[in-house]
Design a protein around this ligand. Structure first.
Ligand SMILES: Nc1nc2c(ncn2[C@@H]2O[C@H](COP(=O)(O)OP(=O)(O)OP(=O)(O)O)[C@@H](O)[C@H]2O)c(=O)[nH]1
Ligand SMILES: [Mg+2]
Length: 298
């Protein structure tokens, strides 16, 4: 299944980031905890350079904590990074990010203190579309200063927002990259709502999602849709069981596949299937190892 979404506004946003990044002291890199590795933009390292990064594992309320710990300890944690898990919809939680900003900016604060001045601290908030960048900023402000919504591409341009402590945050449009070289990554981004639905084949995506969720745990679909899945059922047969259970039928009694597929994709996006982290650290570690070996052998 081919998934691609890199509209012109993302190229523009990237150029804007290249310009604005010079003004900031740190990066707040927001990841969706349901797919933290898939949210890593391969174009960002050259953009960020050696600026300190605060990784925010957002939507932690929808994810599996043990899997997030594996990602933090095995992949994201380093000398130049901080890792925070967060539910940005829970009031007051943004304080964790504010403390991290003050911590990474300590050298600047101390330097200015010696001159008797309080410095302005600035951070750029970046990440894939729909990962919760604007919601996080609103949480830090204590009020809705930026527009949010459960679809990609809500934030269209840059917006500076000042929070009570004087820290200035730069909200940015969500950005992807020109081509996904890993189908898994592309699928996961589509499931979490980072890719515009209009460019996706929803029935195909729904069947893939059924397969991927079964691979994680058969109970996820059984519990959500009140169905019994047999090991030998094909994903299409599972889809039909969901149609029956949910009464997604067209006149004459046939299955309403389109409506059912739309509901499955939407249920996952909205977190109605429970706490799930799609990116598996051990699996991806093996894959990248295999990739490296294949490249070496080629
Ligand atoms: N459950 C849950 N939902 C969240 C969290 N953070 C954000 N959301 C929801 O995710 C959706 C997207 O949030 P936004 O803040 O608009 O995302 P964004 O990254 O600014 O999106 P773009 O501007 O389109 O790039 C909204 O429906 C939010 O309510 C979180 O921590 N937990
Ligand atoms: Mg936004």
């Amino acid at each position: 299944m081919l998934i691609q979404w890199f509209p012109g506004h993302m190229t523009k946003a990237f150029r804007l980031m290249e310009k604005e990044i010079k003004l900031v002291d740190t990066i707040i890199y927001v990841l969706d905890s349901r797919a933290p590795f898939s949210c890593v933009n391969p174009k960002f390292p050259s953009l960020i350079g050696d600026k300190p990064i605060i990784y925010v594992f957002n939507k932690v309320d929808l994810s599996e904590k043990n899997k997030i710990d594996e990602w933090i300890n095995g992949y994201f944690k380093s000398e130049n990074t901080r890792c925070i898990t967060l539910d940005s919809t829970a009031s007051g939680m943004g304080k964790k990010v504010e403390s991290a900003i003050l911590d990474v900016c300590k050298p600047k604060i101390e330097k200015f203190k010696a001159k008797g001045v309080k410095p302005v601290l600035r951070a750029m908030v970046m990440g894939v579309p729909n990962c919760g960048k604007s919601t996080l900023i609103n949480n830090l402000c204590g009020k809705a200063k930026t527009v949010t919504g459960n679809k990609p591409g809500v934030t269209k341009g840059k917006q500076w927002v000042k929070i009570a402590s004087g820290i200035e945050l730069l909200d940015m449009p969500g950005t992807l990259w020109p081509a996904f070289d890993n189908t898994k990554v592309a699928k996961h981004l589509a499931y979490i709502g980072s890719i515009k639905e209009e460019v996706l084949d929803i029935p195909e995506l729904a069947v893939e999602l059924i397969g991927d969720l079964r691979h994680i745990n058969q109970n996820i679909l059984e519990n959500r849709y009140n169905i019994q899945i047999d090991e030998i059922d094909t994903n299409l047969e599972v889809l039909e069981k969901i149609c029956e259970s949910r009464k997604f039928l067209v006149r004459g009694g046939d299955y309403d596949y389109d409506r059912c597929c739309g509901a499955i994709v939407s249920d996952f996006k909205q977190g109605k299937m429970g706490c799930i982290t799609l990116d598996d650290f051990k699996e991806i570690k093996l894959l990248t190892k295999k990739d490296r070996k294949e490249k070496k052998d080629a």
